[in-house]
Design a protein around this ligand. Structure first.
Ligand SMILES: [Fe+2]
Length: 263
């Protein structure tokens, strides 16, 4: 079972597919790439008047699941949101405006790509005080300011989780983003890989190709944890596993292993 915990698959709610037909095309593509379950994570921006409501998300999911079933596409969609952080995020989770990932304790949250908000550390801490676990979406795409401040590392040390985009690893967001994604993984700071697909706008790599790249970066055991096991554990509302230390020679060892399987 391959679970994708970050996907803009619902139609007409954000910058994902515009129609149900486009959503079906994206669904088909995801199954072809090896995905079987998807948590729909439309953007939730508190200040935006047209933000999706939980009712709207659930309604779209049941329509799309029905259509996928009718067309024989073996993909199931579950509820979630990608929350754009603001200082009232915790209140909005508590009052039921924000959907967690498949109704678990995990909340997918993204921050301004450019500037670190002053309330970032406090927000991540208060979410955890309320029993939620923040998953920071694709920090490899954030500005240099984040890297220099060490704020992501600090957030992880204090219990936040990190989700890296498969496309970042494949170089779809440029060399710098790819380098940062690799650095985060090598430092053992990553918990989850997801596609963050947006309809036809971004290519979706084959899961086999992503797996290959991950094994080269952090070895088979870590790949299994961040690519296969942890998305399922989030989906099932269980504790995720931490990465094992990435040895500097893991790339060489894996290469030798593939040449000499009895190593
Ligand atoms: Fe996203």
């Amino acid at each position: 079972m391959m679970v994708d915990i970050h996907c803009h698959i619902l139609y007409g709610v954000d910058d994902g597919p515009k129609t149900i037909e486009e959503a079906v095309v994206l669904s088909r593509k995801l199954t072809e790439k090896g995905v079987s379950k998807v948590i729909a994570t439309p953007h939730f921006i508190g200040d935006y008047d047209l933000k999706p409501t939980p009712e709207c998300v659930n309604k779209l999911i049941s329509q799309l699941n029905g259509e996928l079933h009718n067309q024989g596409i073996e993909l199931s969609i579950y509820p979630g949101m990608e929350v754009f952080a603001s200082d009232d995020t915790v209140d909005r989770i508590k009052n039921g405006e924000i959907l967690t990932l498949n109704n678990s304790k995990y909340v997918l949250i993204e921050f301004s790509f450019e500037n670190i908000p002053k309330y970032m550390s406090n927000l991540l801490f208060s979410m955890q005080l309320e029993g939620y676990i923040p998953i920071i979406a694709h920090p490899e795409r954030y500005s240099l300011q984040y890297r220099r401040s060490g704020i992501i590392k600090e957030a992880v040390e204090k219990g936040a989780l990190i989700q890296v985009n498969s496309g970042s690893l494949m170089g779809y967001h440029g060399k710098e983003v790819r380098k940062e994604a690799i650095r985060l993984i090598k430092e053992g700071m990553v918990h989850l890989i997801a596609n963050d697909a947006h309809g036809g706008k971004r290519p979706i790599p084959s899961m086999k190709d992503v797996e290959k790249v991950l094994i080269e970066i952090c070895g088979t055991e870590n790949t299994d944890i961040i690519f296969y096991k942890n998305p399922v554990l989030v989906f099932e509302n269980k504790e995720v596993e931490r990465m094992k230390l990435v040895s500097k020679g893991s790339f060489l060892i894996e290469m030798l292993r593939s040449l000499r399987p009895n190593m």
